[in-house]
Structures are given as structure tokens and as C-alpha cells.
Write a protein of this length. Structure first.
Length: 343
């Protein structure tokens, strides 16, 4: 079995978020009436905000291999490439009807970090125009940890994971030390298992791949950012290679791949000694990779992986995003033999 190889120039953003420009989210009632969203130092509780223009842009950022800020990536729809981006705070809003929602404020600075260049809002649940949102909490202590939860790749309860001996077991029955079959490294012991229960909305709404959509016998449900390993007999995605990793959310479209909103979902994360491709419901999918984004959500003592084993592969989803006409799954299914390789 050959290892995944990617072009040497595939240096692509590691994190892309749908954001609102601060100028599109303004105070419509309160002390700061008329003002655009600011950083935490400028905000006042009980101000009512509204989305003046319901547009979103894709903010693409590179993740540092060491402590340091995110940086605007080449190809980002907003921001100046190379400039730093800091996670400022997590805001909680209360709409007139319904449950509270959270949003993360990101601040882009000038290259010398002396002035604010732009402010972006990343809502964890989609916001609607014409609705007033009352600011009820401002949390400056854990924005990175909250973002980490949205960025962690996760399987849902009941997902069948292929073990070293070929048997399958529900993910919730696994324990650290159990040996799992990996694509590139053979049987490998699980280093750590994470579990969280979250509201299944916005950034946490799970994606379900129907049985048979990717040669899988049973449906697979996983987090939106989770990447699946796909082999194309023909380069339908125009990614420059036949083997690519595609985010689950980029496969949404039609009856075979859907997003489920509402209620709660149990998410599980599997960590190995290095980043691996494992088999979930027969579909090759990535394991958790520890980096500067998701490490705050993990227990102390779990050091980041020594090397980004699939670094270039993880960037390929950006190419897929640009190449797909409507959705990546539709393109793949149009090509005979496309989809993940069976075991």
C-alpha cells in the first residue's frame, strides 16, 4: 500500500471559517447604538445587535507549528495575506425567541501588531438578518478552547471502527490501548479517546453520508470538518492527484450527504501517536491531529504530534473547495470507480 503523496508546493491554509465583517453586525439599540462590532474592550452587555447585511466570507488562516497567532492565508476572501489574526473573545447572544448562541470574535492586526486592521465574527450557530441579538456575556478567557471544539474531527456514537484483526466495534466501546487498523501504519494502539456532547447546530451540526454513497455498507455520521480519504480513478476534482482528503461538509448536496440540525450529538475523537487514516464504516477517515488550534480542548500532557504526517494532504481540501462545481460528491460519482478504496 503506497503512502499518500502530495505536490511539494501544496502549502495551503489549515483553517477556513465563514465569518461576518464587523461592519455588517451593528448595535441597533443600546449605549453603542450605530456602532459596528468591536473587540472585547469596546463591547457593552445588553446592547442589541443585528446583522445589517447577511453576507459571509471565507476567512482562511494558516496554523503555526508553535505558539503564535494565526495568519491570513493566500487565497482568503478577506484580510491581507501574512498578517496576524488573534482570537479576541467568545460572545453569547440572546435572540428574542429561542436559545442563546455563541460567536467568536477574531481580530486581524497590522503586520507590526500595533493596530487593528479588521474584526470578524464567527457565529457557531448561523445568524439571521432582521433579528435582534442581545449581548449577554463576554468571555476573553477561552476563545481558543471554544474554537478547538469546532475544529476537532469527531465521529458520532455508534460509528463502527475497524480493529487490527478486521472486526468492527462501536466507537463508544473502545478504550486507550485498543489496536485499530490504519491505512499507512498497520495496527496502531489508541493513545487517547475524547468525548463531548454538544448542541447539534451550526458548526457542530453533524454530516451524514448515506449507505452506499462512498461504497459504505452503513451510514456514517461525523463532524463537518472531518476529512475523508478519497481515491479518484480520474482526477475529477482537479486537485493535481488521485488521492485527496475531502471535508465532510464539502460533500453535502442531494439525498446522499446531508447536514442534521437540532437536538444534541455525542462526538468522539480518536488520537494515535501520529496522525493516521483509519476506517469508519469502511470509509477511510482521518484521526485527530493535535495542533495549536485544537490542543486547548485536550487534557494537559498530550503534546502536539512531532510532525504533521499528512500536512500537505490536509491542505488539499482547499483545492477541492475551489474545484468542485456544486459538491465534491457529485463530481466523484460522475467518475467510474471514484470513491474510497475498499479494505
Amino acid at each position: 500500500m503506497s503512502s499518500f503523496a502530495a505536490p511539494e508546493h501544496a502549502d495551503l491554509p489549515s483553517l477556513t471559517l465563514p465569518v461576518h465583517d464587523a461592519g455588517d453586525f451593528r448595535v441597533v439599540q443600546g449605549v453603542n447604538e450605530g456602532d459596528a462590532l468591536g473587540d472585547a474592550s469596546e463591547l457593552l452587555l445588553e446592547d442589541d445587535y443585528a446583522l445589517i447585511t447577511p453576507r459571509t466570507s471565507l476567512l482562511s488562516m494558516t496554523i503555526p507549528d508553535h505558539d503564535g497567532p494565526l495568519c491570513i492565508a493566500e487565497g482568503s476572501e478577506v484580510g491581507t495575506p501574512g498578517t496576524p489574526v488573534f482570537l479576541d473573545c467568545v460572545l453569547t447572544f440572546m435572540p428574542p425567541h429561542g436559545e442563546t448562541l455563541e460567536a467568536i470574535v477574531l481580530v486581524e492586526t497590522t503586520p507590526d501588531r500595533t493596530r487593528i486592521a479588521a474584526i470578524y465574527l464567527y457565529p457557531l450557530t448561523p445568524m439571521r438578518s432582521g433579528v435582534q441579538y442581545t449581548l449577554v456575556t463576554i468571555n476573553t478567557e477561552n476563545p481558543r478552547a471554544r474554537l478547538a471544539q469546532t475544529a476537532s474531527v469527531s465521529f458520532t456514537r455508534g460509528t463502527q471502527i475497524t480493529l487490527a484483526d478486521g472486526r468492527q466495534a462501536p466507537i463508544e466501546t473502545l478504550t486507550p490501548g485498543d489496536r485499530v487498523l490504519t491505512r499507512d501504519s498497520g495496527p496502531q494502539p489508541i493513545r487517547w479517546i475524547g468525548q463531548q456532547t454538544v448542541r447539534a447546530t451550526g458548526a457542530f451540526a453533524p454530516i451524514t453520508i448515506a449507505a452506499g454513497a462512498l461504497n459504505n455498507e452503513a451510514e456514517l455520521t461525523l463532524s463537518p470538518s472531518h476529512r475523508l480519504f478519497i481515491y479518484q480513478r480520474v482526477d475529477a476534482l482537479k486537485a493535481g492527484q488521485k488521492e485527496v482528503l475531502v471535508r465532510a461538509r464539502d460533500l453535502v448536496g442531494g439525498p446522499d450527504v446531508t447536514r442534521s440540525e437540532g437536538g444534541f450529538v455525542d462526538y468522539f475523537q480518536l488520537l494515535f501517536d501520529k496522525h493516521e487514516i483509519i476506517y469508519a464504516e469502511g470509509i477511510p477517515a482521518e484521526s485527530l491531529f493535535v495542533d495549536q488550534i485544537n490542543s486547548p480542548a485536550l487534557p494537559e500532557g498530550l503534546a502536539p504530534h512531532a510532525q504533521r504526517t499528512h500536512a500537505r494532504e490536509l491542505g488539499k481540501d482547499a483545492l477541492v473547495q475551489c474545484a468542485k462545481p456544486d459538491n465534491a460528491l457529485g463530481t466523484l460519482r460522475a467518475v467510474k470507480g471514484a470513491g474510497p478504496r475498499r479494505l
